[in-house]
Design a protein. Structure first.
Length: 97
């Protein structure tokens, strides 16, 4: 996700120093684009948890809290998604895709 934001030039909205230098109207535009780029990149299950957040920084912080902490719950959640992904790959291989 971070790579996508860097590619689109939207990663600046997470830096306090950069935010201070950007004019107010441009900042609002970049912040809105960042927020939308993050939401468009999320899956349905995660999007439901993040839908109430109105600002890109709030969404980003919540995603970091959910997925970057090395807790047992996060590891199990990640393992579940990896298992689902591997299942899809195996099904695609079985039909020669």
């Amino acid at each position: 996700m971070n790579a996508l934001l860097v590619h689109q030039g939207l990663d600046a909205t997470f830096s306090e120093k950069v935010i201070a230098k950007i004019e107010e109207r441009r900042l609002a535009d970049v912040t809105k684009k960042t927020h939308n780029a993050i939401l468009l990149s999320l899956g349905d299950e995660v999007l439901q948890e993040e839908a109430e957040e109105k600002y890109a920084k709030a969404v980003w912080d919540k995603l970091e809290d959910l997925y970057l902490k090395k807790t047992l719950a996060n590891r199990l959640y990640l393992k579940k998604h990896l298992d689902d992904f591997n299942k899809i790959i195996l099904e695609l291989k079985s039909i020669d895709v």
